[in-house]
Write a protein that binds this ligand. Sequence first.
Ligand code: DOR
Ligand code: ZN
Length: 405
Amino acid sequence: MIEIRNAKTVGGRRIDVSIESDQKWVIQADAWTLFPALIDPHVHFRVPGASHKEDWTTGAKAAIAGGVTMVFDMPNNHPPCTTLERMEEKIGLIERELKTIPLRYGLYLGADRSSLKEIPRVKKKAIGLKIYMGSSTGGLLMDDRASLEEAFQLAAENDLLVAVHAEDEQLIQLHRKKYADRTDAATHSLVRNATVAAKAVELAIDLAKRHKAKLYIVHTSTREELSLIRQAKKEGISVFAEAAPHHLFLNESDYEWLGTKALVNPPLRTARDNEALWEAIDDETIDTVGTDHAPHTLEEKMQPYGKAPSGFPAIELYFPLLLNAAREGKLSLERIVSLTHTRPLEIFGLPSNDDVVLVDLEKQKTIDDTCLHTKVQWSPYAGRTVIGWPVMTIMKGHVYEVDKL
Ligand code: DOR
Ligand code: ZN
């Protein structure tokens, strides 16, 4: 049995909590605040095919260090996870790696024109269907109208959530030609501008409405997308929105010092878009925060624009960044719980569990590349001093002391 004594709740009360376990622990938690463990609905743990960037052992450690005990992994692997057989193989690989760290996880099925027939086959195994309406890392792309109609129809019939990477591929290609002579990293935000995202979000909402599918829009990043989603929610359409930490805590001004390290899809936006996201967190247009934890090695990221891949590691830092934002008055602790725990459970239709995380809301630490658990050992947030850090994560009756991971 694990006994947590005198922890503060997010609402400020004091409580004792007992958690079933083979281990015996008494945790005197006077100085700490108890949160339900976080659920990250959007990670890329890179297995199979790119385990030099991350694997499930390093990914799980990074997750636990960040107070996360459940992740939903994306299908853009090598080979992509587009069939029941590939999903079963992927589960086999993950289970082998998670023998000593029992992280909870769900897997998305990747949408591919040729494998939409897999939807009924995987409906019990997959957490959702992931559609790349615009191209990103890996070869998954499904942007033709007929396949999109069919995918939304099949997903609705089989009660499978549709998660979309909403960027319009035709516009991206058009802008690539337009800006072909530019070589600076900031070009990325012009090529994949706000219209690219809004156009795809508009189509995704229309598809969800007509086919009565449950739509989850990952990494929403612009004021324009949020207006469309706000309106769709008012109309009663089943649409949910995720925000990624880099669209809250970074913006286009960061190209100057991060260069190609700042590349991500969708790209960094303006400070005005940062504000729009905070407003949307406030009025609940945004439902969840998903990290889009997408590690690439520093060597890969330092290549010239056009070659360097897009994406950041983030899973062990987004909770401290959110806690620090709460301290600055940007959102409440209760809202953090909703974004990182309650809404993911509700949207993905999962039962709750008794995983918790104990947080020292006064702990101050400067983010440093060398103290990270992700395999790639770098962060776009390095150098920031953040107040509020997880100290203990309790997952499936195991106690993990963050300092000892
Ligand atoms: O920046 C990104 N990186 N966006 C994506 O859509 C994919 C991800 C990755 O897997 O690297
Ligand atoms: Zn992603």
